[in-house]
Write a protein that binds this ligand. Structure first.
Ligand code: SF4
Ligand code: SF4
Length: 387
Protein backbone atom coordinates (compact mmCIF):
# COMPACT_ATOMS: atom_id res chain seq x y z
CA UNK A 1 0.00 0.00 0.00
CA UNK A 2 1.39 3.40 -0.94
CA UNK A 3 1.75 5.83 1.91
CA UNK A 4 -0.01 9.20 1.45
CA UNK A 5 2.46 11.94 0.47
CA UNK A 6 3.44 14.16 3.40
CA UNK A 7 3.68 17.81 2.36
CA UNK A 8 5.96 19.81 4.61
CA UNK A 9 5.01 23.41 5.38
CA UNK A 10 7.34 25.52 3.21
CA UNK A 11 9.87 27.51 5.18
CA UNK A 12 9.38 31.26 5.58
CA UNK A 13 11.84 34.15 5.77
CA UNK A 14 13.11 34.95 9.25
CA UNK A 15 14.16 38.40 10.43
CA UNK A 16 15.45 39.53 13.81
CA UNK A 17 14.66 42.82 15.56
CA UNK A 18 17.28 44.65 13.46
CA UNK A 19 15.51 43.27 10.37
CA UNK A 20 12.21 44.71 11.61
CA UNK A 21 13.95 48.06 12.09
CA UNK A 22 15.22 47.80 8.49
CA UNK A 23 11.65 47.17 7.35
CA UNK A 24 10.43 50.31 9.15
CA UNK A 25 13.31 52.32 7.70
CA UNK A 26 12.55 51.09 4.18
CA UNK A 27 8.84 51.89 4.52
CA UNK A 28 9.75 55.42 5.69
CA UNK A 29 12.07 55.83 2.67
CA UNK A 30 9.22 54.74 0.40
CA UNK A 31 7.16 57.65 1.71
CA UNK A 32 4.98 55.82 4.23
CA UNK A 33 4.05 57.29 7.59
CA UNK A 34 4.64 54.25 9.77
CA UNK A 35 2.09 53.64 12.53
CA UNK A 36 2.73 51.08 15.22
CA UNK A 37 2.23 50.29 18.90
CA UNK A 38 3.44 52.73 21.55
CA UNK A 39 2.92 53.08 25.30
CA UNK A 40 0.90 56.14 26.25
CA UNK A 41 -1.24 56.95 29.30
CA UNK A 42 -0.96 53.41 30.64
CA UNK A 43 -2.13 51.68 27.46
CA UNK A 44 -0.82 50.43 24.12
CA UNK A 45 -1.92 52.98 21.51
CA UNK A 46 -1.36 53.27 17.76
CA UNK A 47 0.88 56.20 16.84
CA UNK A 48 3.68 57.15 14.48
CA UNK A 49 6.87 55.15 15.12
CA UNK A 50 10.44 55.55 13.87
CA UNK A 51 11.89 52.23 15.06
CA UNK A 52 11.14 49.26 17.32
CA UNK A 53 12.58 51.30 20.23
CA UNK A 54 9.21 53.10 20.20
CA UNK A 55 7.31 49.81 20.69
CA UNK A 56 6.10 48.52 24.09
CA UNK A 57 9.26 46.44 24.53
CA UNK A 58 8.75 43.74 27.16
CA UNK A 59 5.24 44.83 28.06
CA UNK A 60 2.11 42.74 28.10
CA UNK A 61 -1.48 43.45 29.12
CA UNK A 62 -4.15 41.88 31.30
CA UNK A 63 -7.75 42.38 30.23
CA UNK A 64 -11.08 41.48 31.76
CA UNK A 65 -14.56 42.97 31.72
CA UNK A 66 -14.04 46.66 32.64
CA UNK A 67 -10.35 46.09 33.35
CA UNK A 68 -7.10 46.83 31.47
CA UNK A 69 -3.63 46.72 33.01
CA UNK A 70 -0.12 46.78 31.56
CA UNK A 71 2.45 44.46 33.07
CA UNK A 72 6.23 44.36 32.58
CA UNK A 73 7.74 41.07 31.47
CA UNK A 74 11.30 39.94 32.02
CA UNK A 75 11.97 39.62 28.28
CA UNK A 76 12.13 42.00 25.31
CA UNK A 77 9.21 40.79 23.20
CA UNK A 78 7.62 43.45 20.98
CA UNK A 79 4.08 42.17 20.45
CA UNK A 80 3.19 40.28 23.62
CA UNK A 81 0.03 42.32 24.22
CA UNK A 82 -3.41 42.02 22.65
CA UNK A 83 -5.52 44.81 21.18
CA UNK A 84 -5.59 48.14 23.04
CA UNK A 85 -8.27 50.83 23.29
CA UNK A 86 -7.59 52.25 19.83
CA UNK A 87 -8.27 50.58 16.52
CA UNK A 88 -6.77 51.35 13.11
CA UNK A 89 -10.03 52.96 12.00
CA UNK A 90 -8.74 56.21 13.49
CA UNK A 91 -6.39 56.48 10.47
CA UNK A 92 -8.89 55.40 7.80
CA UNK A 93 -12.05 56.95 9.22
CA UNK A 94 -10.78 59.75 11.46
CA UNK A 95 -12.73 60.77 14.58
CA UNK A 96 -12.75 64.37 13.39
CA UNK A 97 -12.54 65.49 9.79
CA UNK A 98 -13.55 68.70 8.11
CA UNK A 99 -15.60 68.39 4.92
CA UNK A 100 -15.49 72.00 3.72
CA UNK A 101 -14.62 75.51 4.91
CA UNK A 102 -15.98 78.86 3.73
CA UNK A 103 -14.12 82.16 4.09
CA UNK A 104 -15.71 85.56 3.44
CA UNK A 105 -13.83 87.74 0.93
CA UNK A 106 -14.56 90.93 -1.03
CA UNK A 107 -16.68 89.16 -3.64
CA UNK A 108 -18.63 86.87 -1.28
CA UNK A 109 -17.42 83.51 0.08
CA UNK A 110 -14.68 81.23 -1.03
CA UNK A 111 -15.48 77.59 -0.29
CA UNK A 112 -12.67 75.04 -0.02
CA UNK A 113 -13.29 71.33 0.16
CA UNK A 114 -11.09 68.89 1.99
CA UNK A 115 -8.44 68.38 -0.68
CA UNK A 116 -5.67 67.93 1.86
CA UNK A 117 -3.02 65.61 0.50
CA UNK A 118 -3.62 62.25 2.15
CA UNK A 119 -0.78 60.43 3.79
CA UNK A 120 0.39 56.94 2.81
CA UNK A 121 0.22 54.81 5.93
CA UNK A 122 2.09 51.61 6.78
CA UNK A 123 0.44 49.91 9.74
CA UNK A 124 2.62 47.63 11.86
CA UNK A 125 1.06 45.13 14.27
CA UNK A 126 -2.44 44.67 12.80
CA UNK A 127 -4.06 41.64 14.45
CA UNK A 128 -6.11 39.08 12.59
CA UNK A 129 -9.43 40.29 14.07
CA UNK A 130 -8.48 43.80 12.96
CA UNK A 131 -7.88 42.61 9.39
CA UNK A 132 -11.43 41.25 9.50
CA UNK A 133 -12.61 44.65 10.79
CA UNK A 134 -10.85 46.40 7.88
CA UNK A 135 -12.59 44.00 5.48
CA UNK A 136 -15.93 45.03 7.04
CA UNK A 137 -15.13 48.74 6.72
CA UNK A 138 -14.15 48.08 3.08
CA UNK A 139 -17.52 46.49 2.46
CA UNK A 140 -19.32 49.51 3.93
CA UNK A 141 -17.15 52.45 2.87
CA UNK A 142 -15.29 51.23 -0.20
CA UNK A 143 -17.56 48.79 -1.98
CA UNK A 144 -21.02 49.67 -0.63
CA UNK A 145 -23.61 51.95 -2.21
CA UNK A 146 -22.25 55.00 -0.27
CA UNK A 147 -18.53 55.06 -1.03
CA UNK A 148 -16.30 57.46 0.87
CA UNK A 149 -13.52 58.96 -1.27
CA UNK A 150 -11.30 59.78 1.74
CA UNK A 151 -11.50 56.20 3.03
CA UNK A 152 -10.92 54.78 -0.45
CA UNK A 153 -7.78 56.84 -1.05
CA UNK A 154 -6.23 55.97 2.31
CA UNK A 155 -7.14 52.30 1.91
CA UNK A 156 -5.64 52.02 -1.57
CA UNK A 157 -2.28 53.32 -0.34
CA UNK A 158 -2.18 51.26 2.84
CA UNK A 159 0.69 48.84 3.56
CA UNK A 160 -0.37 46.32 6.20
CA UNK A 161 2.04 44.38 8.40
CA UNK A 162 -0.04 41.93 10.43
CA UNK A 163 1.10 40.19 13.60
CA UNK A 164 -0.22 36.76 14.52
CA UNK A 165 -1.44 36.61 18.11
CA UNK A 166 0.69 34.22 20.12
CA UNK A 167 -1.16 35.33 23.28
CA UNK A 168 -4.95 35.45 23.58
CA UNK A 169 -6.41 38.21 25.72
CA UNK A 170 -8.87 37.80 28.58
CA UNK A 171 -11.75 39.26 26.56
CA UNK A 172 -10.83 37.92 23.09
CA UNK A 173 -13.16 35.59 21.18
CA UNK A 174 -11.84 35.73 17.60
CA UNK A 175 -11.94 31.93 17.25
CA UNK A 176 -15.73 32.05 17.80
CA UNK A 177 -16.08 34.69 15.06
CA UNK A 178 -13.61 32.79 12.79
CA UNK A 179 -11.40 35.87 12.49
CA UNK A 180 -8.19 34.70 14.20
CA UNK A 181 -5.81 34.32 15.91
CA UNK A 182 -3.75 33.72 12.73
CA UNK A 183 -3.95 36.19 9.87
CA UNK A 184 -5.04 34.45 6.67
CA UNK A 185 -5.63 37.32 4.20
CA UNK A 186 -5.77 41.09 3.90
CA UNK A 187 -2.10 41.79 4.72
CA UNK A 188 1.06 42.58 2.79
CA UNK A 189 3.29 40.91 5.37
CA UNK A 190 2.41 38.88 8.47
CA UNK A 191 4.84 38.36 11.34
CA UNK A 192 4.91 35.63 13.97
CA UNK A 193 7.12 36.61 16.89
CA UNK A 194 9.25 33.84 18.42
CA UNK A 195 11.21 34.39 21.59
CA UNK A 196 13.69 32.10 23.28
CA UNK A 197 16.55 33.06 25.55
CA UNK A 198 19.06 32.79 22.70
CA UNK A 199 16.89 33.64 19.72
CA UNK A 200 14.35 36.41 19.13
CA UNK A 201 12.84 37.15 15.75
CA UNK A 202 9.93 36.91 13.38
CA UNK A 203 8.69 34.51 10.73
CA UNK A 204 7.54 36.62 7.79
CA UNK A 205 4.75 35.56 5.48
CA UNK A 206 3.99 37.57 2.33
CA UNK A 207 0.34 38.16 1.49
CA UNK A 208 0.78 40.31 -1.62
CA UNK A 209 3.25 40.97 -4.43
CA UNK A 210 4.12 44.28 -2.77
CA UNK A 211 4.87 42.44 0.46
CA UNK A 212 7.01 39.92 -1.42
CA UNK A 213 9.02 42.70 -3.08
CA UNK A 214 9.57 44.48 0.23
CA UNK A 215 10.77 41.42 2.16
CA UNK A 216 13.27 40.64 -0.63
CA UNK A 217 14.90 44.00 0.14
CA UNK A 218 15.32 43.22 3.86
CA UNK A 219 18.28 41.09 5.01
CA UNK A 220 16.82 37.75 6.10
CA UNK A 221 17.55 34.06 6.48
CA UNK A 222 15.15 31.16 6.09
CA UNK A 223 13.44 29.85 9.22
CA UNK A 224 14.40 26.42 10.54
CA UNK A 225 11.91 23.57 10.90
CA UNK A 226 12.08 24.13 14.66
CA UNK A 227 10.99 27.76 14.16
CA UNK A 228 8.10 26.71 11.92
CA UNK A 229 6.95 24.06 14.42
CA UNK A 230 7.23 26.49 17.31
CA UNK A 231 5.10 29.07 15.48
CA UNK A 232 2.43 26.49 14.73
CA UNK A 233 2.38 25.32 18.35
CA UNK A 234 2.02 28.92 19.58
CA UNK A 235 -0.92 29.51 17.22
CA UNK A 236 -2.65 26.36 18.47
CA UNK A 237 -2.06 27.37 22.08
CA UNK A 238 -3.40 30.87 21.48
CA UNK A 239 -6.52 29.57 19.68
CA UNK A 240 -7.21 27.33 22.68
CA UNK A 241 -6.74 30.07 25.27
CA UNK A 242 -9.40 32.63 24.29
CA UNK A 243 -10.82 34.49 27.27
CA UNK A 244 -14.37 34.31 25.89
CA UNK A 245 -16.52 32.33 23.44
CA UNK A 246 -19.65 33.34 21.56
CA UNK A 247 -21.94 30.68 20.15
CA UNK A 248 -22.76 32.09 16.70
CA UNK A 249 -25.14 29.31 15.67
CA UNK A 250 -28.33 31.02 14.46
CA UNK A 251 -27.46 34.01 16.63
CA UNK A 252 -29.34 36.32 14.27
CA UNK A 253 -32.55 34.32 14.71
CA UNK A 254 -31.92 34.17 18.47
CA UNK A 255 -31.79 37.97 18.65
CA UNK A 256 -34.84 38.46 16.43
CA UNK A 257 -36.88 36.04 18.57
CA UNK A 258 -35.97 37.97 21.73
CA UNK A 259 -36.37 41.65 20.92
CA UNK A 260 -38.84 41.98 23.82
CA UNK A 261 -36.82 39.89 26.30
CA UNK A 262 -36.59 41.23 29.90
CA UNK A 263 -32.79 40.96 29.63
CA UNK A 264 -32.71 44.31 27.78
CA UNK A 265 -34.25 46.03 30.84
CA UNK A 266 -31.72 44.40 33.11
CA UNK A 267 -28.78 45.54 30.96
CA UNK A 268 -30.28 49.03 30.66
CA UNK A 269 -30.25 49.32 34.45
CA UNK A 270 -26.45 48.93 34.33
CA UNK A 271 -25.59 50.65 31.02
CA UNK A 272 -24.32 54.23 31.39
CA UNK A 273 -24.91 55.10 27.70
CA UNK A 274 -21.29 56.30 27.73
CA UNK A 275 -20.68 55.07 24.14
CA UNK A 276 -17.24 53.62 25.03
CA UNK A 277 -18.18 50.33 23.37
CA UNK A 278 -18.85 51.97 20.01
CA UNK A 279 -15.82 54.27 20.06
CA UNK A 280 -13.38 51.43 20.74
CA UNK A 281 -15.07 49.05 18.29
CA UNK A 282 -13.04 48.58 15.07
CA UNK A 283 -16.18 48.14 12.94
CA UNK A 284 -18.48 50.91 14.26
CA UNK A 285 -18.49 53.67 11.66
CA UNK A 286 -21.40 55.97 12.57
CA UNK A 287 -20.75 59.69 12.32
CA UNK A 288 -22.61 62.97 12.59
CA UNK A 289 -22.06 66.30 10.89
CA UNK A 290 -21.38 69.54 12.79
CA UNK A 291 -21.46 73.07 11.39
CA UNK A 292 -19.87 76.09 13.02
CA UNK A 293 -19.59 79.77 12.15
CA UNK A 294 -17.17 82.31 13.60
CA UNK A 295 -18.67 85.10 15.71
CA UNK A 296 -17.41 87.65 13.17
CA UNK A 297 -19.31 85.88 10.40
CA UNK A 298 -16.12 85.55 8.29
CA UNK A 299 -15.63 81.85 8.53
CA UNK A 300 -17.82 78.74 8.53
CA UNK A 301 -16.98 75.07 8.41
CA UNK A 302 -18.58 71.64 8.32
CA UNK A 303 -17.00 68.68 10.10
CA UNK A 304 -17.69 64.97 10.24
CA UNK A 305 -17.17 63.47 13.73
CA UNK A 306 -17.65 60.02 15.19
CA UNK A 307 -21.06 59.51 16.74
CA UNK A 308 -22.65 56.60 18.54
CA UNK A 309 -26.02 54.85 18.64
CA UNK A 310 -25.77 55.28 22.45
CA UNK A 311 -26.38 59.04 22.26
CA UNK A 312 -29.88 60.49 22.33
CA UNK A 313 -29.08 62.84 19.47
CA UNK A 314 -28.07 60.04 17.14
CA UNK A 315 -31.65 58.92 16.53
CA UNK A 316 -33.15 62.42 16.77
CA UNK A 317 -35.51 63.19 13.94
CA UNK A 318 -38.07 66.03 13.91
CA UNK A 319 -39.71 66.14 17.30
CA UNK A 320 -37.63 63.67 19.30
CA UNK A 321 -35.34 60.67 19.52
CA UNK A 322 -36.52 57.38 18.09
CA UNK A 323 -34.44 55.45 20.63
CA UNK A 324 -35.19 57.46 23.74
CA UNK A 325 -34.32 54.86 26.42
CA UNK A 326 -30.97 53.22 27.31
CA UNK A 327 -32.74 49.90 26.77
CA UNK A 328 -33.61 50.68 23.14
CA UNK A 329 -30.11 52.02 22.48
CA UNK A 330 -28.28 49.00 23.93
CA UNK A 331 -30.64 46.61 22.12
CA UNK A 332 -30.03 48.47 18.86
CA UNK A 333 -26.25 48.17 19.31
CA UNK A 334 -26.12 44.48 20.17
CA UNK A 335 -28.83 43.50 17.68
CA UNK A 336 -27.04 45.47 14.96
CA UNK A 337 -23.72 43.76 15.68
CA UNK A 338 -25.08 40.23 15.72
CA UNK A 339 -28.27 40.32 13.62
CA UNK A 340 -29.17 43.37 11.49
CA UNK A 341 -25.60 43.64 10.20
CA UNK A 342 -25.96 40.14 8.73
CA UNK A 343 -29.04 41.29 6.79
CA UNK A 344 -27.25 44.44 5.61
CA UNK A 345 -23.81 43.09 4.79
CA UNK A 346 -24.05 39.29 4.91
CA UNK A 347 -21.71 38.98 7.92
CA UNK A 348 -21.79 39.81 11.64
CA UNK A 349 -20.58 43.29 12.61
CA UNK A 350 -18.46 41.84 15.39
CA UNK A 351 -14.97 40.38 14.89
CA UNK A 352 -14.43 39.20 18.47
CA UNK A 353 -11.70 41.69 19.45
CA UNK A 354 -13.17 42.03 22.98
CA UNK A 355 -12.61 45.80 23.23
CA UNK A 356 -16.23 46.60 24.09
CA UNK A 357 -15.99 44.19 27.04
CA UNK A 358 -12.67 45.50 28.34
CA UNK A 359 -13.60 49.18 27.99
CA UNK A 360 -17.16 49.01 29.28
CA UNK A 361 -16.91 50.69 32.70
CA UNK A 362 -19.62 48.44 34.12
CA UNK A 363 -18.40 45.22 32.49
CA UNK A 364 -21.33 44.58 30.13
CA UNK A 365 -20.24 41.64 28.00
CA UNK A 366 -21.72 40.91 24.54
CA UNK A 367 -20.76 37.21 24.80
CA UNK A 368 -22.42 36.77 28.18
CA UNK A 369 -25.58 38.63 27.17
CA UNK A 370 -25.95 36.51 24.01
CA UNK A 371 -25.47 33.38 26.09
CA UNK A 372 -28.08 34.54 28.61
CA UNK A 373 -30.62 34.90 25.80
CA UNK A 374 -29.73 31.43 24.52
CA UNK A 375 -30.01 29.80 27.93
CA UNK A 376 -33.34 31.48 28.63
CA UNK A 377 -34.82 29.59 25.67
CA UNK A 378 -33.96 26.20 27.14
CA UNK A 379 -37.18 24.60 28.38
CA UNK A 380 -35.96 24.14 31.97
CA UNK A 381 -34.28 27.55 32.23
CA UNK A 382 -35.31 30.35 34.52
CA UNK A 383 -32.79 32.69 32.70
CA UNK A 384 -31.17 35.80 34.15
CA UNK A 385 -33.89 37.96 32.65
CA UNK A 386 -36.50 36.37 34.90
CA UNK A 387 -38.12 34.13 32.30
S1 SF4 B 1 -18.64 44.44 19.13
FE1 SF4 B 1 -17.04 44.41 20.71
S2 SF4 B 1 -15.94 42.46 20.37
FE2 SF4 B 1 -17.18 42.87 18.56
S3 SF4 B 1 -15.77 43.92 17.15
FE3 SF4 B 1 -16.87 45.54 18.29
S4 SF4 B 1 -15.56 45.97 20.07
FE4 SF4 B 1 -14.84 44.05 19.18
S1 SF4 C 1 -22.58 48.96 27.20
FE1 SF4 C 1 -20.96 49.73 28.57
S2 SF4 C 1 -19.54 50.84 27.24
FE2 SF4 C 1 -21.47 50.59 26.08
S3 SF4 C 1 -22.62 52.45 26.51
FE3 SF4 C 1 -23.28 50.95 28.05
S4 SF4 C 1 -21.92 51.31 29.83
FE4 SF4 C 1 -20.97 52.36 28.06
Amino acid sequence: MTKPAVTATPSLPWIDRAGLDSLIELLCKLGYTVIGPRLQDGAVVLEEVQSTADFPVGWTDEQEGGKYRLKKKKNTTLFCYTVGPQSWKKYLWPPYQYLWKAQRNESGFQVSENHKELRKYALIGVRSCELAALAILDMVLKRGPFQDSHYQQIRENLFVVAVNCTKAGGTCFCTSMKTGPKASSGFDLALTELFESDRHGFLVESGSERGQEIIQQIPHEMASKKDMDQAEALMRKSAGAMGRTLNTEEVKELIYRNLEHPLWDEIAARCLSCANCTLVCPTCFCTTVEDSTSLTGDHAERRRVWDSCFTLDFSYIHGGSVRSSPKSRFRQWMAHKLAFWQDQFGMPGCVGCGRCITWCPVGIDITREAQTLRESERPSSKGRGGV
